[in-house]
Write a protein that binds this ligand. Structure first.
Ligand SMILES: Cc1cc2nc3c(=O)[nH]c(=O)nc-3n(C[C@H](O)[C@H](O)[C@H](O)COP(=O)(O)O)c2cc1C
Length: 212
């Protein structure tokens, strides 16, 4: 049972803002980073196939290498780390591992396991590239949001970044051919608060039963 009350959770949600100025003296230990990433992996994914991969960049020289690739955005240099959220475009190759673990844990009967593996091999593997990309993007987006909220709960600030050159990133950080960069998330402690932002009123974005 979670010890978080509804109010605590909503405070975390409300306190998350995109911070772009970080205290460069703050370091996040590998242990704490692993803890946050582990918690984040409870995110849902299509058929639980978990296409996300992470490259945590906390070495200053590598952050400097990333800086021009990420449009010289200052948070790349000053945040404690930049987490590159990557998508494995051959994520269905882990189907057998995942469903075998589920079956061995007693969460999935053998028959269901076999069906799930067959679906991964017969359906996911043969989707066209844009459909594959869409699944990987959606699942990676869900874990990214979850990671940013977990970071906030632990007192850290984040900013998601799409403003970088994906091809140059792939080359500079030697990504395997089947890995695509989805987004970068700078994480650390704010030196300056985030800019305030507005949201469209609900009646412009939510509809009941028909779009009007
Ligand atoms: C996919 C994505 C890409 C973004 N890329 C950048 C970026 O490259 N640089 C940046 O400073 N902010 C970036 N942002 C942050 C948005 O500007 C920010 O989320 C938005 O203005 C709302 O502000 P808030 O996050 O403080 O609520 C990005 C956000 C998302 C979701």
């Amino acid at each position: 049972m979670s010890t978080l009350t509804k109010k605590d959770f909503l405070s975390v949600v409300r306190e998350r803002h995109s911070v772009r100025q970080y205290d460069p003296s703050v370091k996040i230990s590998r242990e704490e980073m692993q803890e946050m990433l582990t918690e984040a992996t409870s995110a849902p994914s299509s058929s639980n196939l978990q296409p996300w991969r992470f490259l945590v960049i906390d070495d200053q020289a590598l952050k400097e290498k990333l800086y021009p690739i990420a449009n010289n955005q200052a948070q790349v240099l000053d945040a404690s780390a930049v987490i590159a959220v990557l998508g494995d475009m051959e994520w269905y190759d882990k189907a057998e591992d995942i469903y075998t673990q589920s079956q061995e844990a007693g969460y999935m009967p053998e028959e269901v396991k076999q069906k799930m593996i067959a679906t991964a091999n017969q359906v996911y593997r043969h989707l066209d590239d844009s459909k594959k990309r869409s699944i990987v993007d959606i699942d990676s987006g869900l874990i990214s949001m979850q990671l940013m909220l977990i970071a906030r709960e632990k007192g850290y600030d984040t900013v998601p970044m799409g403003g970088f050159n994906h091809e140059k990133f792939k080359e500079a950080f030697n990504l395997p051919a089947n890995y695509e960069s989805i987004m970068l998330i700078a994480i650390g402690k704010a030196a300056q608060p985030a800019r305030q932002t507005v949201r469209l009123p609900l009646n412009q974005v939510a509809f009941w039963n028909e779009i009007n």
